[in-house]
Write a protein that binds this ligand. Sequence first.
Ligand SMILES: [Zn+2]
Length: 73
Amino acid sequence: MRDCKICGRKSGDEELCEYHQSALTNLKSAYEIWSEAEEHLAWEEYIKQVNELEETGRWVKEIIENIMSQNGS
Ligand SMILES: [Zn+2]
């Protein structure tokens, strides 16, 4: 058994719980749609912008903060 690396919930064999996993999946599929319209928008830029939106949900923001902290900036 593993714990979600973000919230510590039991997450089975995954490194993320189902909530954070689905938030990450949504974020990635939204980026694919976005990047077709905005070809030069880097992933890092994209998540930074999403993180600043008021309507972005808590799970997604926690994922973004985790990714950004791993990038070291
Ligand atoms: Zn979690």
